[in-house]
Ligand binder design. Structure first.
Ligand SMILES: [Zn+2]
Length: 353
């Protein structure tokens, strides 16, 4: 399970949530905002603080009591986290609680792919938890993440519970994309727009987490601090090599590169090339570079000589590649084809060879 955490950019909203919490408790909260800004950590911190009997003045859970211990172990009897099977499998495949969750969710551990959806079985499995008496007659919390992963049947089943809310149960829904939540569900929730950090705050936070090159990590992660933190160091090394190859087109060798890269996550590699090409096009049309701030000089040089027509073709080709990248028949050939197309479009006509 992800950890409960209140990020520096959430302090004000934390106070608001805790204050309104003590005054007039709403039975369903919806936390919305873009991916990678710590919504889940916040939601978990909120759940933990509600279950902890001994929070501090700011309402932060004590971290020392039995309730906090249970919560941290993912075993609190008054707490349920609903996630798509794919997400909980990813977080800890060997975890016993996961096994439990899978059984609760009514699914089996067969060879099939874990589901990306939150199913109606998962919502129905909440019945006993919600309607039977609570452990020590205390508050109960259900956290649904991400709420847009509920399929229609699951959302309808949840709606019934939201329409007749059992006393002492708080639902917390977390969403990266509020437009995907049915309006009927939305109307039952108090919505909170979750803030993200500005660039400086995100940088400071990443440095504090031990990231030595926060600008690069942020740029490569769509400027989301948590995604920037998770940006894989091993992938980062390959990525840096790749950028160096892109910087030296005269030595650019698609066959050799494909050999080097074909065991990596191909969707990531395709994304790297997309970001690079985005910068080339952006530099060509507006003079701006978004991702590769350290390579601005090289990008200017290359952008000046690219053929816009060939580049338009390349761009469409990359979008198609991104769709294929998850299931290529032959990873090496997939990369060779993509890199050859790239090479053709960056070399001025007549210089190939
Ligand atoms: Zn506690």
């Amino acid at each position: 399970m992800a950890t409960a955490e209140i990020f520096p950019w959430q302090r004000v909203i934390w106070q608001q949530a805790r204050q309104s919490g003590s005054a007039q408790r709403h039975h369903a909260l919806l936390l919305k905002g873009r991916r990678g800004i710590g919504k889940l950590g916040f939601a978990l911190a909120l759940a933990k603080s509600i279950l902890c009997g001994q929070g501090d003045a700011a309402g932060v859970a004590c971290g020392k009591c039995q309730d906090c211990y249970w919560f941290e172990q993912g075993l609190h009897p008054n707490f349920r986290l609903l996630e798509p099977e794919a997400l909980s499998a990813q977080e800890g495949a060997t975890d016993k609680d996961d096994e439990e969750n899978r059984r609760e969710a009514g699914s089996t551990k067969s060879g099939r792919k874990p589901s990306q959806q939150i199913s109606i079985a998962q919502i129905r499995a909440l019945d006993d938890f919600i309607y039977l008496s609570a452990h020590q007659a205390r508050d109960k919390v259900v956290l649904i993440h991400p709420a847009e992963a509920m399929n229609t049947a699951a959302a309808n089943a949840l709606l019934k519970k939201l329409e007749e809310p059992p006393p002492e149960v708080l639902f917390i829904l977390v969403t990266h994309n509020v437009s995907l939540i049915p309006p009927t569900v939305l109307s039952r929730c108090r919505q909170t727009a979750m803030p993200g950090p500005d660039h400086e705050m995100a940088k400071d936070w990443l440095i504090h987490q031990g990231i030595t090159d926060p600008d690069f990590h942020l740029a490569m992660s769509g400027f989301s601090p948590l995604l920037a933190l998770q940006y894989d160091e091993r992938l980062a090394a390959s990525h840096t090599d790749f950028i160096q190859c892109l910087c030296a087109p005269e030595r650019f060798d698609p066959i050799e590169l494909a050999e080097k890269l074909h065991k990596l996550d191909l969707s990531s590699v395709t994304g790297w090339l997309q970001k690079w090409c985005y910068d080339l096009m952006s530099c060509r049309t507006s003079g701006r570079v978004r991702y590769h701030l350290k390579q601005v000089a090289v990008i200017r040089q290359q952008a000046a000589v690219i053929d816009p027509v060939a580049f338009g073709f390349l761009w469409r080709n990359l979008i198609a590649s991104q769709q294929l990248a998850r299931h290529p028949l032959n990873p090496r050939l997939f990369l060779e084809a993509m890199l050859l197309t790239y090479m053709d479009s960056i070399r001025p006509a007549g210089s190939a060879g």
